[in-house]
Design a protein around this ligand. Structure first.
Ligand SMILES: Cc1ncc(C[n+]2csc(CCOP(=O)(O)OP(=O)(O)O)c2C)c(N)n1
Length: 565
């Protein structure tokens, strides 16, 4: 066995020192030096991140996103040159939206076989190269993108790439590592582990100004999309709102569990009528509260609480702030709570809490009414399916990964959540969801993961490659397809623009029909996974029970549920 130390060894050392514990790879010939380093370390019993081979870039990127959402660690994804990067681009963009720190790397030769050192192979000269290099390709959908110029800077540059990814707003960064640099023999670097990032706190006078507003407000509400994404954010938001009597809205743009749905302060997902009744609105990690963006609350002052409120990757953003608090989220919420408690009398808090409790009661009653109506249907209403899934989530402490479209509001409402990190909406383009669910499963280990998806989105997924990963890596997931045999969202949008148009008149809805789809659960058959199709409400409990039992015993289950809408 050769014992040389080269760029491949150095890359693995740098990723290790960044705290990366899993490397997700979709193969390309540039990774031979990394594979050598892994193989040598595995043989020698030396510590190294776990290495995972995936057969599609979307699966590699999506799994890293799911794993990063739960672990909050910096991820590493190895792709192939420009083609692999382009194939993986949607998943990397998804990581950008989901705020997952991730080092993405691929290669572009800069010497094409005419340089000194080892020959990288003719494919770079003949096939793979792109004018300008791969790093400008990645630049628009990553936080930062760069090419490595020499093996002498590789160690520190990989670490810098990871450190940048982990800073707020966290997200993917990209490094173009030419193969000849990975092949080059080099000195071992002086190694140093990357430590946790420092946390910011808000200036006390900024907090005091907001505390004064909050102490005297009669109808203060929080609107949040991603408070729960920060470590400790979910609990800090509960502490703030429960001790001060603040109502909470998680709008349909909320993408993770931020606040318990059964709290008496939870007002649901609709902004009306609360936004216009409110006299103070705290936008807590909420990058796009209103639509249209220029909609303004009738009378409320707005406090924006977010470590980086102006998200650089968001093109157009209207926050309408009267105050900003830009410290780390849990710390800032705790500071605000302390400062406001000292100024607020308990009777005012009780009055606010009682008002929001009755509003929550109306929302809970409407939720229960919708569930009763769904249970009375002779077909499987999607609300019934969501309600049944809630029973599993509560009983098993399961985590939901959601890639539904028209059903996402009802999944959020009727499956709901009562714990941090128990719900993740798949952000970005369709087709990454199974991979994200697998990454979440890799992180939660023995916990149950339920993946909810429409039939259209399911068909966008690299199904074969994702199920293969589920089987090979021992990551059983309960996949539940809300199947309405169409892209309902496309039809709804079309009708919004052309309510009496040619498509309606002629009953010719292009871009919608999926009625020729094969039996979707059958994709599980070659993998010996549990699979079933169901369209009878009376059968739903049985198949859900069987599917859950299969997952508990270690086998992925694909359940194709014909829903009524
Ligand atoms: C990669 C990608 N391509 C296309 C789209 C556009 N798109 C959004 S929703 C949708 C249809 C989803 O269908 P389905 O999952 O069955 O959900 P439904 O609309 O029926 O609720 C499509 C094609 C997208 N979001 N991402």
């Amino acid at each position: 066995m050769t014992q040389t130390y080269d760029g491949g060894e150095l890359l693995i050392d740098a990723l290790t020192d960044l705290g990366v514990d899993v490397v997700f790879c979709s193969s390309g010939s540039e990774w031979a030096p990394a594979w050598e380093a892994f193989a040598r370390r595995q043989e020698a019993g030396e510590p190294a991140p776990r290495y995972i081979d995936l057969t599609h870039e979307t699966v590699a990127g999506g799994m890293a996103t799911g794993y990063g959402l739960v672990t909050r660690r910096t991820q590493a994804v190895l792709l192939h040159a420009t083609p692999g990067l382009l194939q993986g681009a949607m998943a990397v963009h998804g990581a950008l939206l989901a705020g997952v720190p991730m080092v993405v790397a691929s290669s572009e030769s800069t010497t094409y076989g005419d340089g000194p050192g080892q020959d990288p192979g003719g494919q770079w000269y003949r096939n793979l190269s792109i004018v300008g290099g791969t790093h400008p390709v990645a630049q628009p959908w990553t936080k930062w993108s760069q090419q490595v110029g020499s093996v002498d800077v590789l160690y520190e540059l990989v670490k810098r790439t990871g450190e940048l990814a982990a800073r707020q707003p966290a997200g993917p960064t990209y490094l173009n590592v030419p193969l000849e640099i990975l092949l080059e023999e080099t000195e071992r670097p002086v190694r140093k582990d990357v430590v946790a990032r420092g946390r910011r706190i808000s200036a006390p006078e900024d907090v005091a100004a907001v505390a004064e507003l909050l102490a005297t407000a009669e109808r203060p509400i929080v609107i949040t999309e991603t408070a729960g994404r920060e470590e400790g954010g979910y609990d800090a938001l509960i502490d703030l709102c429960e001790s001060l009597g603040i109502g909470v809205i998680e709008p349909s743009s909320a993408v993770c569990a931020n606040f318990p749905k059964d709290s008496a302060l939870h007002l649901g997902g609709e902004l009306d009528p609360y936004v216009d009744e409110a006299d103070l609105i705290l936008l807590v990690n909420c990058r796009a509260p209103y639509y249209p963006p220029s909609r303004k609350p009738a009378k409320a002052k707005t406090v924006v609480i977010d470590e980086v409120p102006q998200r650089p990757h968001v093109v157009y953003q209207v926050l309408n702030a009267d105050h900003y608090l830009e410290g780390a989220l849990p710390e800032t919420l705790a500071q605000l709570r302390e400062a406001t408690l000292a100024l607020t009398d308990q009777s005012a808090i009780a009055t606010r809490s009682a008002y929001f409790a009755s509003a929550h009661g109306r929302w809970a009653t409407a939720t229960a009414d919708a569930e009763a109506r769904a249970a009375a249907s002779d077909r499987i209403d999607p609300v019934l399916l969501a309600t049944k899934l809630r029973e599993i989530v509560r009983a098993e402490g399961a985590t939901v990964v959601d890639e539904t479209i028209t059903h996402s509001r009802l999944v959020q409402r009727h499956v709901g959540w009562d714990r941090p990190d128990s719900y993740f909406y798949v952000q970005g383009g369709l087709g990454q969801g199974i991979a994200v669910a697998l990454g979440v499963k890799l992180a939660v280990q023995d916990g149950i993961v339920i993946f909810t998806v429409g039939d259209g989105a399911f068909l966008y997924n690299p199904i074969v490659q994702s199920l293969m990963a589920a089987k090979d890596l021992g990551l059983p997931v309960l996949i539940v397809i809300f199947n309405n045999k169409k892209y309902l969202s496309m039809k709804m949008n079309h009708l919004r623009f052309y309510p009496q148009g040619a498509a309606v008149q002629t009953e010719n809805h292009l871009g919608v029909d999926l009625s020729t789809q094969p039996e979707l659960s059958a994709f599980a058959a070659p993998f010996d996974m549990y699979h079933a199709a169901v369209d009878d409400p009376a059968e739903l409990d049985r198949v859900l029970g069987e599917a859950l039992a299969a997952v508990t015993s270690g086998t992925t289950a694909v359940l194709n549920v014909a829903v009524s809408r």
